[in-house]
Design a protein around this ligand. Structure first.
Ligand SMILES: [Zn+2]
Ligand SMILES: [Zn+2]
Length: 327
């Protein structure tokens, strides 16, 4: 088993796909990030970036995949009907996301593939699918025994992938922020979130000391404030500026910040300029682009030091007072 937690960006654009000559450097596909924890594959969102990822997973013969939806806006779901592993009968998909009842998520996905909307129904995709809406208080655990939901990390194996949830209200309809931890390394995925005056303190606590923070940075300062010619102010739209993303990264002491969910109307030059301005505020900042890969080294084997490191992590997070609480 690999001793790296790997992160790969397959779709980094927000709102709608943005193909064309002006976006080739950063890419035009909508939100999709792949996390590999050893042999386990976790996907964050199913924007159009999941389509090329699906082809690769089919080639790789990945038989079990965990898919997390931050929320169910189009740019986070529209690639799912074209996700090749979904059509393979030997594949099992574990799918989690927000919703008022455990069935809400499957109902929305079924609706997206109703006969008026799409030629193939969710049921007719041949893979085995466990689809469930989850609550903020639940922890998704993936260990030797498989994928399950837990209310605490007590008794969880040191090699388990742990996924914690923070429900943010800083986006219309709410959005889930996920923290994925494996062998002491953590990635926080905070897309579709708007900063608060004085920084989003709950998000800062949830993201505390994450090795990688992936944060919404859709808008330039001018655009957000309505000072960009031809564009209205985007305050209240539920997306952040570079400054907001950098404030969260600095306050949470993240190892590195990845700017994400680029505005579909922004050219490569504009995103590059935002990346430069981010680096002046938080020096370990960069803009996500399609194909960007990060690798975090984790401890190679179950030894005492590692157990205590992941125990600290679990303990610290259990004490975080977010929403319904974590344990
Ligand atoms: Zn979005
Ligand atoms: Zn959204």
């Amino acid at each position: 088993m690999s001793d790296e937690l790997r992160i790969k960006f397959w779709g980094v654009r927000g709102s709608h796909p943005a193909p064309g000559a002006g976006t080739v450097n950063y890419g035009g596909n909508t939100a999709c990030v792949e996390i590999r924890a050893g042999e386990r594959t976790i996907i964050l969102d199913a924007g159009t970036g999941i389509i090329p990822l699906g082809r690769e997973l089919a080639q790789r013969r990945a038989l079990e995949v965990l898919l997390l939806f931050s929320h169910l806006h189009h740019d986070h779901t529209q690639g799912f009907p074209f996700f090749l592993p979904g059509y393979l009968p030997n594949v099992r998909l574990h799918i989690f996301g927000p919703g008022g009842t455990p069935e809400t998520l499957s109902q929305v996905l079924e609706h997206n593939q109703s006969s008026e909307m799409f030629p193939v129904s969710l049921r007719d995709m041949a893979s085995a699918k466990d689809i469930q809406s989850v609550r903020e208080s639940q922890i998704i655990v993936w260990d030797e025994a498989g994928v399950r939901l837990a209310e605490s990390t007590i008794g969880v194996d040191h090699d388990a992938v742990l996924i914690r949830i923070h429900k943010s209200y800083a986006h219309p309809g709410g959005v889930y922020v996920y923290r994925i931890t494996w062998r002491g390394k953590s990635v926080v995925y905070a897309t579709d979130t708007e900063g608060y005056v004085g920084t989003d303190r709950k998000l800062v606590q949830f993201a505390k000391e994450a090795d990688v923070l992936i944060h919404d940075a859709q808008y330039s300062e001018e655009h957000y404030r309505g000072q960009l010619a031809g564009f209205p102010s985007t305050q209240g739209y539920g997306h952040s500026t570079v400054t907001m993303a950098c404030e969260v990264a600095a306050a949470s002491e993240a190892g590195q910040l990845i700017l994400f969910h680029h505005d579909p109307s922004y050219s490569d030059a504009l995103v590059a300029g935002m990346e430069t301005s981010a680096q002046a505020l938080f020096n370990k900042a960069r803009a996500a682009y399609e194909g960007l890969e990060l690798a975090l080294s984790v401890s190679p084997s179950p030894n005492r030091a590692e157990r205590s490191a992941s125990g600290d992590e679990a303990g610290r997070l259990r004490s975080v007072p977010v929403g319904e609480g974590l344990g």
